[in-house]
Each structure stands twice: as C-alpha cells, then as structure tokens.
Ligand binder design. Structure first.
Ligand SMILES: [Zn+2]
Length: 260
C-alpha cells in the first residue's frame, strides 16, 4: 500500500492538470486559462475563460477534431460567445477560425486591455508573429516563435528576428511566467534562454563544420551537432525530428549562415 500511495502522489498532479475529452487534452495553466491540444495537429490552443467571453487563441483546422474541440470548450463554458485570436496565419493556427465564425464567433479586433492582454508583434517564424501576454495568469502565448518539440523555425526574421523576439519575451517573463509555445510543452524563462543559447550553439557548430569543408552527409552524422539538435526537444523525444526534416533544417541553417 505504501508503494501504491507513493505512486499515486507522483501521478496525481498530471491527472489534475490534464484531462482528455474525445482526443482533446485540456491542460489547466492557471485559473480560467487553459491549453487545449489535439494529437493530430499538435497545436497548442489557448483558451481564456473570462467573465463575458471565451477567448480562443489558434484554433487548429480539421473536421471531427473541431467538433471535439468545440465540445471540450463547451465543457468549460456552456454558452459564452467566442472571440478568436491567432498568433500567425499558418493553417495549423488559424484553420479553425471559419468553423467557429460560422457558429457566431468573431475575430477579436477591440482593445487588448479589455481582455487583460498585452499584444506585441514581431517578425521571426512568420512575417508577423503575434505575442499575447496575459497579465493575471502571468502567461504568454508565443506561437511558433518557439516550437518546444521541433527545431527552431525563424526563417522569416532570420537569427536577428529570432533574437529580437526572444528578447521581447524575456523582457516580460519572470521566473514564474508560463511560456506557451505553438507546439510542445510549456517552458519558463530559464528554459527559453537555454533554447536561444542552443540555437546559437547550433548555428555556430554548423558554421564550423562548413568551414572545415564537411558536406551535408558529414554534418548529418556529426556527433556534436546531433547532441545540440537533440536539446531542441524539450520533451526529450529521441525521434522528434524525421530524417527529411533534419536534412532540411541543416540545409536551411547553412543557407542562413552563408547569407550573413
Ligand atoms: Zn507556423
């Protein structure tokens, strides 16, 4: 029994924070703040349950997935009107807008203070990435500026745009801030600073290997580069990057270094 009790204590926080509903996992971030997540699209969908509205950040596309998402939302609030926000205009982050607008939701275009949100926009992952900082819960939705289960994707803004975006997030974040990436587990300011450093280490290693005359296949096999790459997966998945994606990332990194 002692063993069982110990096990239950370990498992309990997980079961309290994340509940699954028709394939949609609902993770409580704070009072009235949730991240919803569907396995297939793996987009982190933010939900603020305010006095008057449900604010939905980045509804994913899909058919049955959206029906399931709507059900999960209506379990949190039966009939509040839905306001939509998007961190950027990629399909996996705004593909569900139409589903909800057809059901009476509207794209938010009012003053962000009304929702207790601070809004900033940067150019890093896409030509316009929106950041939404929710002061009451000290949480920040950063979209794909950060993908905590993938390699960094800063192709619109290059390394400078990425750095500026991280600076903005770190300027807002203290040690208790919950940073919600576009995909993958949430992180704190220390993990974010480490992720930035890892990105710089990656580019530096790729650059060294390129100067040493290593070709693409050499780089793909190189141990130190692979060690750095693995650290991009905050949930420590050894297979987080399929071989094609890894190859593409090395090629893009080389291009970025040459363009500097
Ligand atoms: Zn994206």
């Amino acid at each position: 029994m002692k063993v069982l009790c110990g096990l239950m204590l370990v498992l309990l926080p997980l079961t309290v924070n994340a509940t699954s509903n028709n394939g949609i996992e609902t993770q409580a971030i704070s009072n009235g703040v949730f991240v919803l997540h569907d396995k297939e699209y793996a987009t982190n969908i933010g939900l603020l349950n305010t006095d008057q509205h449900i604010v939905l950040i980045d509804p994913m596309p899909g058919k049955s997935q959206l029906v399931n998402l709507e059900q999960a939302i209506r379990q949190l609030s039966k009939d509040k009107p839905i306001l939509l926000l998007n961190t950027h205009v990629h399909e996996d982050h705004n593909g569900g807008n139409e589903y909800f607008t057809n059901k009476g939701a509207r794209l938010f275009n009012g003053k962000f203070e009304q929702l207790d949100l601070q809004h900033m926009s940067v150019k890093s992952h896409s030509s316009r990435d929106n950041l939404f900082y929710h002061k009451p819960s000290n949480s920040i939705f950063v979209g794909d500026i950060i993908e905590a289960n993938w390699h960094p994707t800063f192709y619109a803004g290059g390394i400078n745009g990425f750095n500026r975006a991280i600076d903005q997030i770190l300027a807002l974040a203290d040690k208790d801030t919950i940073i919600i990436p576009g995909h993958g587990p949430t992180l704190n300011n220390i993990q974010l600073a480490e992720l930035r450093q890892n990105t710089l280490n990656w580019l530096s290693r790729i650059s060294q290997l390129s100067v040493m005359g290593k070709n693409l296949d050499d780089i793909l096999r190189e141990q130190e580069a692979n060690n750095i790459l693995q650290k991009f997966s905050l949930d420590h998945d050894p297979d987080f990057l399929p071989p094609n994606a890894k190859k593409r990332f090395v090629q893009r990194s080389l291009k970025l270094i040459k363009a500097k």
